[in-house]
Design a protein around this ligand. Structure first.
Ligand SMILES: Nc1ncnc2c1ncn2[C@@H]1O[C@H](COP(=O)(O)OP(=O)(O)O)[C@@H](O)[C@H]1O
Ligand SMILES: Nc1ccn([C@@H]2O[C@H](COP(=O)(O)OP(=O)(O)O)[C@@H](O)[C@H]2O)c(=O)n1
Length: 223
């Protein structure tokens, strides 16, 4: 079967990465989580006490510790230089600062360069905020995944508890609202639905229902 690229965008905790992973698995495609790249840049900047408003400082750090991805045992691993930071980028500190780092034009340019290399060979499910609008404007399937803020906060809350982390529902809701606002209002590649994207509201859908809906959309395109 012909391979295509699939773009999945949407706000925080809408279910993008969970569903994208399952869709990729079902199609034997590669899943690429672009949020992890912005998180890695943020982790690096925080670790080095960089001024997060100064993109030159962040870019200089990224030159010394470039981001790369590897795919072992079906999971994406992200590296800064030689160091695997896959788990380290999921802290609250990173979550609370990543949208600011992602406003910088130069940082975005570097991330998009890596992302475009990865899509040269079709058969990719890529999720993020600007994939359908900017990174893969010619993606054969574009999904814009949404869910209510309450539902998204509840999902992230349960996820954190399940991982054994402390979680505060109201704090999570505030973080999600704040990140959505910065992501939607930034000048460069803001979070917006591509005109040719299909919007899926997952508020009252199960993970499998969303996955099956996307697989049906893909099937229609490919056949
Ligand atoms: N349709 C759904 N119904 C219920 N929970 C979901 C659904 N989709 C995702 N989740 C859960 O919500 C949480 C956030 O999903 P995630 O895929 O990380 O979102 P995103 O990548 O959009 O930030 C995860 O714990 C995931 O298992
Ligand atoms: N393509 C992308 C992906 C993420 N991002 C930024 O990175 C942050 C973290 O992305 P993520 O996908 O890991 O977020 P969640 O999974 O927590 O929702 C987003 O809130 C955006 O600020 C972006 O600007 N562009």
């Amino acid at each position: 079967m012909e391979k295509i690229n699939i773009a999945i965008d949407g706000p925080a905790a809408a279910g993008k990465s969970t569903v994208a992973k399952k869709v990729a698995e079902a199609l034997h495609y590669t899943y690429i989580d672009t949020g992890a790249m912005y998180r890695a840049a943020t982790y690096l900047a925080l670790k080095n006490h960089a001024n997060l408003d100064d993109e030159r400082e962040i870019l200089a750090l990224l030159k010394q510790a470039p981001i790369s991805l590897s795919y072992t045992d079906d999971a994406q691993h992200i590296f800064l230089g030689e160091v695997d930071v896959t788990d380290a980028i999921r802290t609250d500190d990173v979550s609370n600062n990543v949208s600011l780092v992602a406003t910088h034009k130069g940082v975005r340019r570097e991330m998009v360069k890596i992302q475009r290399e990865l899509i040269k060979q079709a058969g990719v499910v890529m999720d993020g905020r600007d994939i359908g609008t900017h990174v893969i404007p010619d993606a054969a399937v574009k999904i814009f995944m949404i869910a209510s803020v309450d539902e998204r906060a509840e999902r992230r809350y349960k996820e954190n508890l399940a991982k054994g982390y402390e979680a505060d529902l109201e704090a999570i809701k505030a973080d999600i609202r704040q990140r959505d606002k910065i992501d939607q209002e930034r000048e460069v590649s803001p979070l917006v639905k591509a005109s040719d994207a299909i919007e899926l509201d997952t508020t009252s859908q199960s993970i499998d229902e969303v996955k099956n809906e996307i697989l049906a959309i893909v099937k229609e395109k490919v056949n």
